[in-house]
Design a protein around this ligand. Structure first.
Ligand code: TXA
Ligand code: MG
Length: 323
């Protein structure tokens, strides 16, 4: 844990100061529509190195670079394959990360030595204003320590990273609440490398069939796909409210709280049964259950439709940390 605390500024008023920090090689946590990112100048290898240090992130886990505008992609990487361009046109700004060839201007530390890079344009005005004001692409993983819960509020960032980050822009809770979908569309058939806030159905509708690669290994293509990831500190398992168990337990429900009262803490993701609303609350609910002093969290899977797939993916990976 790092000591000290960062400067926390309201997103709408802190842009210029935060942009100056980025240009000077510092770290700025900022809201996107998905989760808070921990940003550094993507053209500056030393600044990018600070991200890995602050997150205790293994150097094999490459970063996503963020642009202010879709038109900036051509300036950074030149021509891109037709399907990549099509997806960018259709879904940017938005929660879709695309894989492109790494240009010379991006130092290898940003991509963990890969000759490809991940890039997206966030759909959050303050994030785009920050990137535009900094005048550089901004490398930003989720602003949490490696393997832990992603932050959907400025308070999560401050609690998790403390003084390891120079400035936190506070834009309130993030809209989607779950990370971007990562797609490699350079080949014949697009490959979804990480399920995320943009549903697979939307990508298929735009460009036809895709492959969803749910792999996980010690050297994953996208470490967000490591079997154990996105984990609360409290042991978590998938299950139902009907299962017996002892001690102080917390329950993560999809739409209805459990009928019997044998739970020390309960979070309901969406009383309306809406998976998109559930995604927006997922990490916030897990952060709260984690802080509730329970010995175990039981999480109920959500319907496998739309962003529900990404929610279940995160829950399974959180559970894998403990089993
Ligand atoms: O929504 C998001 O994507 C958030 C916000 C801040 O934009 N960012 C985020 O970053 O989730 P992070 O670092 O937590 O996850 C980035 C994922 C990692 O799993 C990484 O391995 C993958 O992107 N990635 C980065 N570059 C890649 C590349 N060249 N090829 C394949 N995967 C890549
Ligand atoms: Mg992450």
């Amino acid at each position: 844990m790092s000591t000290g605390s960062p400067r926390v500024l309201p997103a709408e008023r802190g842009i210029d100061e935060a942009a100056a920090v980025l240009r000077a090689g510092g770290l700025v946590a900022f809201p996107t529509e998905t989760v808070y990112g921990l940003g550094a100048n993507a053209l500056d290898a030393r600044a990018a190195a600070r991200i890995f240090e602050a997150k205790a992130r293994p150097s094999f886990d490459p970063l996503i670079s963020h642009l202010a505008d879709a038109a900036d992609l051509a300036a950074l990487v030149g021509e891109v394959p037709a399907v990549v361009a099509e997806l960018a046109k259709r879904f940017w700004p938005g929660p879709l990360t695309l894989i492109v060839d790494r240009p010379e201007s991006i130092p290898p530390i940003v991509t963990s030595g890969l000759d490809t890079m991940a890039v997206r344009v966030p759909d959050e005005p303050s994030a785009r204003a920050l990137i535009a004001a900094a005048g550089v692409p901004v490398a930003a993983p989720s602003a949490n320590r490696f393997g832990q819960l992603s932050p959907t509020r400025a308070e999560h960032v401050v609690a998790g990273l403390g003084g390891a980050v120079d400035v936190v822009l506070d834009g309130g809770p993030t809209r989607c609440g779950i990370e971007s979908t990562i797609v490699d569309a350079r080949g014949e058939r697009p490959v979804v490398l990480r399920l995320g806030a943009l549903p697979v159905e939307a990508i298929i509708e735009a460009v036809g069939p895709v492959e969803v690669r749910q792999g996980s290994s010690g050297q994953p293509v996208a470490p967000g796909t490591l079997a154990a990831h996105y984990a609360p500190r409290t042991p978590l398992r998938l299950g139902t409210a009907a299962e017996p168990g002892g001690g102080r337990r917390g329950f993560l429900a999809f739409r209805e709280p459990p009928a019997d009262g044998d739970w020390a803490a309960v979070e309901v993701l969406s009383p309306d049964g809406d998976v998109t609303a559930a995604a927006a609350r997922l990490f916030d609910a897990l952060h709260r259950l984690d802080a509730a002093g329970v010995t175990e969290i039981v999480a109920e899977p959500v319907p496998e439709t739309g962003v529900g797939r990404a929610i279940n993916d995160r829950l399974r990976r959180a559970a894998a940390t403990w089993h």
